[in-house]
Design a binder for this molecule. Sequence first.
Ligand code: ADP
Ligand code: MG
Length: 227
Amino acid sequence: MKLLEIENLKKSFEDLDVLHDISLGVEEGEVVAIIGPSGSGKSTLLRCCTGLEQADSGTIHYEGSYGLVFQNFNLFPHYSVLKNIMDAPISVQKQSKKEAEKEARRLLEKMGLGDKADVYPCQLSGGQQQRVAIARALALKPSILFFDEPTSALDPELTGEILKVIRELAEEKMTMVIVTHEMSFARDVADRVIFMDGGYIIEQGDPKEVIEHPKEERTRQFLARFM
Ligand code: ADP
Ligand code: MG
């Protein structure tokens, strides 16, 4: 079953065409990695998918709901870790405080942050903040989770802890769309890799095929930078 179906999505900013006729379906349980150079429209695609930008034309259809994890965590600095996670389930989904807190504590344990419930984001490392952000997204029980370069703002030694969490979610069959520059992670964890350039999907398919044996010259040129 498809959880997300995007058809003929177009988006421009003034006279800059950022997305040209993007069509894309995501199956339940599928992990899709989106790669491509800076400015190719990856974030705009995710922002259109999650309602942060309005597409100019095309359709986006979901089964269920979605969550988004940003590059820069975007936690509320004046809320404790626990309140960051509990806030939307209570205010948006009208969960009871007791139920929301129980789930928030469960997710913090799962993220290896069981002892951080009462601290503030500024007291955490970037990697810990990003794990809180992932817990916050999961607390809304999304059917599909989007990540926009979840490790790009982190020091290299903290990247691994986030990739490990995402890898575990993949093993649990969480449906995910991940924009990333971590090529070996994309190759090992994703079910499908999509290469975008200039607002187009240039090439997509099996991660090993796309990353190790790209068919298109533009994909080859992009990947050469990572070798
Ligand atoms: P990527 O995430 O692949 O680096 P983006 O989707 O962020 O690419 O950006 C694609 C293009 O759209 C870039 O040229 C960027 O400058 C432009 N862009 C993105 N957001 C806006 C905006 N809000 N207003 C104007 N231009 C934008
Ligand atoms: Mg981006």
